[in-house]
Design a protein around this ligand. Structure first.
Ligand code: NOJ
Length: 440
């Protein structure tokens, strides 16, 4: 069985993490620009003002993607570049950048996957309440329309949101990401509902403006992996349970309303008194058909209380590795929602550096990818409908509150000179792509 013939092998990035050019050509500040201004928010005191300077170097970067054999590239659009005030006047120059990027990709036969929202909300909307203001779904629709009207003739894959659990969980519950808020459950339920409605309005707009495009949403996934007393069914049940106060982290909270047309019942019962008003019309909007689910998978979780042996491999960022995380992530999702799946992110952060020979040697990343991709193959062999895999990330970049220390890239970026060097693993991945995963 193995991977489909047309399997989409790619890599992913996000606007704020690589673009730089933070105030050029009409772009306004995003909540992340503002968050970085506050001392102590970012571990190494850095910001996204220059980042990898991809805004000016996109041609060089796309050429590198082609040299490394990528078939697809997932990137996100910066809302504050396209509509600087968040709502109202469209900034043609901002759109032009993405239009040129898409042309460049297509020149090399690389399929563009566009994420509409990867966390860089225009600051001008944050001061109007951001995701807590119910008007945001209209603003998001307006922005989506501007993007799809410009790119929809060439882009055939759109992702509405990247990891809503993380931008609300880290940004609005724990306050460690922009906008740095610590909301209670009532506010979070409202913000979550606003995100759902915004998703629905965006899907509707995409269907109207680009009827032949595929639409999906990307969720952060940390699957339960059967072990000990937790068999496959128990792992599945625990994984999809959804309760206060951490419901925003639950994938059921995000995808059940979209696929099944209702919020998880346990949560609704628990939160009767604080749930925002939800109408049938809302649910119709939210549950319009989507074509795929994206999963970002880095880690997994064994049964509660299970201690992994001392010395278990972990990454630079401190995450334990789980060889079967992709396998179980995909199996659980496919069982529940029966939708085609793309792994929209997976990768490893290391302490990579340029060696004396001018190369970047990253054997740990090769081994990590090998193990995880074997797991993905097992899920494909079990007849799960997996359409593609995007490595995170195409190049080293700004890792949010961690700054530039964790290096996740296939391509090394020297932040002083901005020189790019493909790491050993990038050449290894190229061979995986060439063999369509047969060499794993
Ligand atoms: C998920 C996020 O989408 C991405 O922006 C981030 O850099 C990676 N995970 C690694 O943490």
């Amino acid at each position: 069985m193995s991977f489909r013939k047309d399997f989409m092998w790619g890599a992913a990035t996000a606007s704020f993490q690589i673009e730089g050019a933070w105030n050029e050509d009409g772009k306004s500040p995003s909540i992340w620009d503002v968050f970085c201004e506050e001392p102590g928010r970012i571990e190494d005191g850095s910001d996204g003002k220059v980042a990898c300077d991809h805004y000016h170097r996109y041609k060089e970067d796309v050429k590198l993607m082609a040299d490394l054999g990528l078939k697809a590239y997932r990137f996100s659009i910066a809302w504050p570049r396209v509509i600087p005030e968040g709502t109202g006047k469209v900034n043609e120059k901002g759109l032009e950048f993405y239009s040129n990027l898409v042309d460049e990709l297509l020149k090399y036969n690389i399929t563009p996957f566009v994420t509409l929202y990867h966390w860089d909300l225009p600051y001008s909307l944050q001061i109007k309440g951001g995701w807590l203001n119910p008007e945001i779904s209209d603003w998001f629709e307006e922005y989506t329309r501007a993007v799809v009207a410009k790119l929809g003739d060439r882009v055939k894959h759109f992702i509405t949101f990247n990891e809503p659990s993380v931008f609300l969980g880290c940004g609005n519950l724990f306050g460690v990401h922009a906008p740095g808020m610590k909301c209670g459950s009532r506010d979070l339920l409202l913000a979550g509902h606003n995100v759902h409605i915004a998703h629905g309005k965006a899907v509707r707009a995409i269907r109207e403006l680009a009827p032949d495009a595929q639409v999906g949403i990307t969720l952060a996934t940390m699957p339960r992996i059967p072990n000990g007393d937790m068999d496959e069914k128990a792992a599945y049940d625990i994984y999809f349970s959804c309760h206060k106060p951490f419901f925003v982290w639950s994938d059921a909270y995000w995808a059940d309303p979209i696929v099944f047309g209702h919020y998880p019942e346990d949560l609704v019962n628990e939160c009767k008194d604080i749930f925002p008003k939800v109408t049938d019309e809302d649910m119709k909007l939210i549950s319009q058909k989507i074509d795929f689910i994206g999963q970002n998978i880095y880690q997994g979780k064994y049964e509660e209380g299970y201690e992994r042996p001392r010395g278990t491999p972990h990454t630079e960022i401190g995450w334990d590795t789980f060889d079967s995380a992709l396998e179980w992530g995909v199996k659980h999702f496919y069982k529940r929602w029966k939708l085609p799946i793309y792994i929209t992110e997976n990768g490893l952060s290391c302490h990579d550096w340029e060696s004396l020979d001018g190369k970047v040697h990253d054997p740990n990343r090769i081994d990590f990818l090998h193990r995880y991709l074997r797991g993905l193959k097992t899920a494909a062999d079990a007849s799960c409908d997996i359409r593609g895999y995007f490595q995170w990330s195409f190049m080293d970049n700004f890792e949010w509150a961690k700054g530039y220390n964790p290096r996740f890239g296939m391509v090394f970026c020297d932040y002083n000179t901005l020189k790019r060097i493909p790491k050993d693993s990038a050449y290894w991945y190229k061979e995986v792509i060439e063999s369509n995963g047969e060499n794993l």
